[in-house]
Write a protein that binds this ligand. Structure first.
Ligand SMILES: NC(=O)c1ccc[n+]([C@@H]2O[C@H](COP(=O)([O-])OP(=O)(O)OC[C@H]3O[C@@H](n4cnc5c(N)ncnc54)[C@H](O)[C@@H]3O)[C@@H](O)[C@H]2O)c1
Length: 318
């Protein structure tokens, strides 16, 4: 099969790309090297994919490019390209969220509707729920995003549903919960914590650290994407993809302290706008329809994340 992966140079996109190549598929990877973090990190994310002759990289901005030729002939489109991150979505950068999350998704859906009969797997987010009222949260809970980022992710999810219902696009949406592991974006909490701890620098924690997250290892997300690419009866549906490792930020910090064997210098900053108190995925639907069973515990996943950051050829980040 020929697959298109958007956002292939990103954290999750690079892992999905490698998994598809490893399974013997041809992969066309698209990325525009958006400036949310350093281009050199995204280029490094593609190192393993470039070893495969079945990998073709196309530098395109989805919001601007003509996507007809890209999607034609693809049996699968995995749409991971986006402007991610809750905190940065307030204020001046919001136009980038609109362009890279809403406009880009719309362009892609239009192209698929006209030029392809591919299954489209869209990476939505737990941010669509905002501060949920019930835990674990089911997919039919009323989505009430608490950040501009969450609004744009929900917007794009609705576009996928609309193009499925009215334009025949075979779309399925996965609401991913706090993904971590090797290559995690440098603005995300675990990577920031581990780097600061390893360097003996202060760790900035927003709020009291008692906020809880359903942490999901990137390998489990890849498995969910691969299932959603082929499962029957899933088109037009939305699935929670949560790792089942619910923990507070303070509990995660305690694990990092244990793994590194050193005390942590923690500084608390005021809670950031858009940070919810708790997330927790009810994954019964994903279990039933996608056979989703996350296998990586927080301890094992954090160990892999720490090992990746401490690897010998790790670049020095600011
Ligand atoms: N990381 C998480 O915890 C998490 C949680 C929920 C949902 N998600 C979603 O998963 C997806 C991947 O997130 P990530 O953490 O890997 O982020 P990332 O920033 O590492 O990857 C996204 C990639 O998309 C590219 N991109 C952005 N706009 C583009 C455009 N217009 N055209 C082409 N390429 C473009 C970026 O350059 C980047 O390489 C996103 O859709 C994000 O909203 C992530």
């Amino acid at each position: 099969m020929r697959a298109l992966v958007t956002g292939c140079a990103g954290f999750i996109g690079s892992h999905v790309t490698e998994a598809l190549l490893g399974a013997g598929h041809d992969v066309v990877g698209v990325d525009c090297f958006n400036d949310n973090y350093a281009r050199r990190e995204k280029l490094a994310n593609l190192d393993q994919a470039r070893d495969f002759s079945a990998f073709e990289f196309v530098p395109v901005d989805l919001a601007r490019g003509d996507l007809a030729d890209l999607v034609a002939g693809c049996g699968l489109v995995v749409h991971l390209a986006a402007e991610p991150g809750v905190r940065q979505s307030w204020g001046d950068r919001f136009d980038a969220y609109l362009r890279n999350n809403v406009m880009a998704t719309h362009q892609l859906l239009r192209a698929v509707a006209s030029h392809s009969d591919a299954r489209l797997v869209y990476a939505s987010s737990s941010s669509v729920y905002g501060q949920a009222e019930t835990f674990p949260t089911r997919e039919d809970a009323l989505p009430r995003p608490l950040s501009p980022y969450g609004v744009t992710k929900l917007d794009a999810e609705h576009l996928c549903s609309l193009y499925h219902a009215h334009q025949g696009v075979r779309a399925v949406s996965l609401r991913l919960f706090s993904v971590y592991g090797p290559r995690q974006r440098p603005d995300m909490a675990f990577g920031r914590f581990i780097r600061a701890a390893a360097a003996g620098e202060p760790i900035r924690v927003f709020g009291d650290g008692e906020q809880r997250r359903d942490f999901t290892f990137v390998g489990d997300v890849v498995d969910a994407v691969l299932s959603a690419a082929v499962a029957e009866g899933v088109e037009g549906r939305v699935y929670n993809i949560g790792g089942g490792s619910q923990a507070s930020v303070n509990e995660a910090l305690a694990r990092i302290r244990e793994m590194l064997g050193r005390s942590l210098d923690i500084e608390h900053a005021p809670p950031e706008a858009g940070d919810v108190r708790s997330t927790g995925a009810d994954t019964a639907r994903a279990r039933a329809d996608l056979g989703f069973r996350p296998t990586t515990t927080l301890a094992d996943g954090l160990a892999a994340h720490v090992a990746w950051i401490l690897r010998e050829d790790a670049p020095a980040y600011p």
